[in-house]
Design a protein around this ligand. Structure first.
Ligand code: ZN
Ligand code: ZN
Length: 432
């Protein structure tokens, strides 16, 4: 990967980095249509792996702009390609999916959608992560790039990835031949909107951008019986309780101070009635780390503690530990992050491009990076600047992504997203 990145940077150097700045008029000309799509998609959110209408709408727009669009890549994914002479292949990615969250923003265009989830339960649906804004931005950017083919050359590849929230869509696209059916991207770009930055700003994090995520299901096996005769039982609830507390010593006593090692027990399920000691208890864990060696250390410690607590309590059977979901942290190519700062500063103003700390939520964009696509994944400010300044002053928290109250300040963040994407793409697809 490093070798490929070097080759790519050398290729860019040979082109002399010539590029056209992004004019506000270019963004003005595509903004109304992008905004309209935002409202439409926001009102019609779809859950992970079920983004059929969303993908159809996106594909139709991109076809109208002259892109060659392939649908149903890895389920509902789309790949849109615009060829414009010799040059590198540059990928821009958006997600397609929404979340089972009931929208409480009170906006006139708030989602009222309910659907059945994969388990058959009725759930509300909301674009609570801002993927609707990413899609709207991608179409605005697609239009600008299609209307200004004299400003760049090479192959522009826009992808709509399904099922990001279940960290399965990127893998599904790769499994469906993404790297062989289409030109392999030399470089990739993605962004994510959030309230930790004011609208109008972007954040760049060279190197590790976010966390490795591991999901574990732990089942502790005890021996059930009467709640009034604990001496005849092995109580899995007591073992679970001790285990939860012991797990907290991983971060505080085992991981080197300053390194990130989050272990959260998100649920405990056990028992049916107050006077019955159940025969098993289940716990759901999420583990977040930045570094691979810390990840290995934390996972090994969980294994040891879970088994050790059960053994210490006399459990007759070893607990089961299922590692059912995982994704790696997204790595931002430092050289790429460094060189894309200049076009972002030129387009947005130097004061609007900051260096940001790595974040703790996770993402499956890492799958593309691991396939040898050096990338920049950057943060897009979504917060209303006045509310952001007020929150900074008072120490209040603005709603985070996945909150029922999450909403970006649409116009400035969408305009900034399009401006930033065009600036970055024109730089990467620089004219000779
Ligand atoms: Zn999310
Ligand atoms: Zn997201």
């Amino acid at each position: 990967m490093a070798k490929q990145a070097l080759f790519f940077l050398a290729l860019l150097a040979a082109t002399g980095f010539a590029q056209s700045p992004v004019g506000p008029k270019e963004v003005d000309s595509v903004y109304p249509a992008a905004h309209e799509l935002y409202i439409d998609i926001h009102q019609h959110p779809e859950l992970s792996s079920h983004e059929t209408q969303t993908a159809t709408k996106l594909a139709a727009r991109l076809r109208d702009f002259g892109y060659e669009v392939t649908e149903h890549v890895g389920g509902t994914g789309i790949v849109a390609i615009l060829k414009n002479g010799a040059g590198p292949t540059v990928m821009l990615r958006t997600e397609l999916d929404a979340l089972p969250v009931e929208e409480k923003t009170g906006l006139s265009y708030a989602s009222k959608v309910h659907t059945k989830d994969d388990a058959g339960r009725d759930v509300p649906v909301m674009h609570a992560c801002g993927h609707d804004l990413h899609m709207a931005a991608l179409t605005g950017t697609a239009a600008v790039m299609a209307h200004s083919k004299d400003t760049w050359h090479g192959t522009l590849m826009l992808i709509g990835q399904p099922a990001e929230e279940t960290i399965s869509g990127a893998k599904a696209m790769i499994a469906d031949g993404f790297l062989t059916r289409f030109p392999k991207p030399d470089v990739g770009v993605a962004l994510h909107v959030g309230n930790d930055l004011a609208a109008g700003m972007v954040g760049i994090t060279p190197g590790i951008y976010n966390t490795n995520a591991d999901s574990l299901r732990v089942t502790i096996y005890g021996k059930g019986g009467h709640g009034a005769s604990p001496d005849t039982t092995i109580d899995p609830i007591v073992i679970a309780a001790k285990t939860v507390l012991a797990l907290q010593t991983i971060a505080s006593r085992e991981v080197k101070p300053g390194e990130l090692g989050i272990v959260t027990v998100g649920y405990i399920r056990a028992g049916t009635k107050n006077n019955i000691i159940p025969d098993q208890a289940e716990m759901g864990l999420t583990v977040r780390t930045f570094k691979p060696e810390v990840r290995r250390q934390v996972l090994a410690a969980i294994d040891r503690i879970v088994k050790g607590e059960a053994m210490a309590s006399g459990a007759m059977r070893e607990p089961s530990i299922e590692h059912y979901e995982s994704t790696d942290s997204v790595y931002n190519d430092p050289a790429l992050a460094d060189r894309l700062r200049a076009p972002l500063e030129a387009a947005l103003g130097k004061q609007n491009v900051i260096t940001a700390e790595p974040i703790t939520p996770s993402e499956d964009y890492s799958v593309f990076v691991e396939q040898g696509i050096p990338s920049l994944y950057f943060s897009l400010g979504g917060a209303d600047p006045a509310k952001f300044a007020e929150a900074e002053r008072t120490g209040a928290e603005l709603p985070s992504n996945h909150s029922p109250f999450f909403t970006p300040d649409v116009e400035p963040s969408l305009r900034t997203a399009i401006t930033a994407e065009v600036a970055v793409l024109r730089n990467l697809l620089g004219r000779n």
